[in-house]
Ligand binder design. Structure first.
Ligand SMILES: C=C1C[C@]23C[C@@]1(O)CC[C@H]2[C@@]12CC[C@H](O)[C@@](C)(C(=O)O1)[C@H]2[C@@H]3C(=O)O
Ligand SMILES: O=C(O)CCC(=O)C(=O)O
Ligand SMILES: [Fe+2]
Length: 332
């Protein structure tokens, strides 16, 4: 990203509340090495829809290697980065998010991920022989995070006492599944220090897939919205993963029939330190029919939504703005 011109800031929503940034110390923590982690995970999905995972088995060095490669990419001259964009919807993007007018103080690389064998959208910079270390860091990281997501989704089924145990994981691990991976860079924005306010990095939204696995560097910025609508800051932890139980899985009454919450979240740009985050979003194949799991329906209970396929939902989602309710059109 080039040096900030004030007009660039004009387009991006400023957030003026002075209280932003209070750290939220009650983020549920799920320790995968402890007995009872399935119950802890279900409790976190019901209460907050967001939790931190520790003792997750993914070597910290894998994330650090990919982070270092991402930093090298984002440090390239703007014209070189743009050879891998614009995102349609995949590729390099700068400040615009999606196709419908959302903007933020962020540049990013967005990849579609396919499984069996694991592969990702190619981009101009990845074709260069010099991108070998980027490619290998990316592949190893994606594979490790897939394994973690599969473990988490199995634990979720165990905690909810759903059979078969792969009821959720099979939805997102198959060959045609809809995986997306995003590398975000929120450059530091020193002018914010003088203005005494924050700048939207990534506007408020709920993630549209089934589950998202997020890792960031030690820079602040991520906030979640609590049940009462208050925004709280998530203290960064570069050795852990943050899990977002997302839209279709959660409060939408689609898969878990309203048992799980999905959390609205956003990222604010930092005046002093840039933030790098990497998020793997897991979704089912386009033809998958989305309806509540019968095991989670009460007797005689009806779903609030007409049945739809994942492909129909995604199509509608790409016509929406970040903060929209993307399920409205599927209500009965
Ligand atoms: C405005 C949009 C960008 C987005 C697709 C969408 O139409 C609505 C949701 C956005 C989001 C949020 C979570 C993920 O970052 C993302 C990759 C996704 O799947 O849905 C983005 C999409 C994007 O950046 O293209
Ligand atoms: O960068 C972050 O920490 C979160 C970004 C985000 O919410 C997203 O890409 O969906
Ligand atoms: Fe998100």
């Amino acid at each position: 990203m080039v040096v900030l011109a004030d007009e660039a800031l004009d387009q991006i929503p400023l957030i003026r509340s002075p209280k932003l940034g209070a750290n939220f110390s009650d983020i549920p923590v799920v320790d995968l090495s402890m007995p009872g982690s399935a119950e802890a995970l279900v409790g976190a999905c019901e209460e907050v829809g967001f939790f931190k995972v520790v003792n997750h088995g993914v070597p910290v060095e894998l994330a650090e290697r990919l982070e270092a490669e991402a930093i090298k990419f984002f440090a390239l001259p703007q014209l070189d980065k743009e050879k891998s964009g614009p995102p349609n919807p995949f590729g390099y993007g700068n400040k615009t998010i999606g196709l419908n007018g959302d903007v933020g103080w962020v540049e990013y690389l967005l990849f579609a991920i396919t499984s069996a064998p694991l592969s990702y959208t190619s981009m101009s910079f990845l074709e260069e022989p010099s991108a070998r270390s980027f490619r290998s860091a990316l592949k190893e990281y994606l594979q490790a995070v897939r394994n973690l997501a599969s473990d988490l989704l199995r634990l979720m089924a165990e905690g909810l006492k759903i059979e078969p145990i792969d009821a959720f994981s099979r939805l997102v691990m198959g060959e045609q599944s809809d995986g997306i991976f995003r590398l975000n860079h929120y450059p530091k924005c020193p002018i914010l220090e003088k203005l005494n306010c924050s700048l939207t990095g990534f506007g408020e939204h709920t993630d549209p897939q089934i589950i998202s696995v997020l890792r960031s560097n030690s820079s602040t910025g991520l906030q979640i919205s609590l049940k009462d609508g208050t925004w709280v800051a998530v203290p960064p932890d570069q050795e852990s993963f943050f899990i977002n139980i997302v839209y279709v899985m959660a409060g939408t009454q689609v898969l878990t029939n309203g048992r799980f919450r999905s959390v609205r979240h956003r990222v604010l740009a930092n005046g002093l330190k840039s933030r790098v985050s990497m998020i793997y979003f897991f979704g089912p194949p386009p033809a998958e029919r989305i309806a509540p799991l019968p095991q989670l329906m009460g007797e005689g209970e009806q779903s609030k939504y007409r049945e739809f396929t994942w492909g129909e939902y995604k199509k509608a989602s790409y016509k929406s703005r970040l903060s929209d309710d993307r399920l409205g059109q599927f209500e009965k």
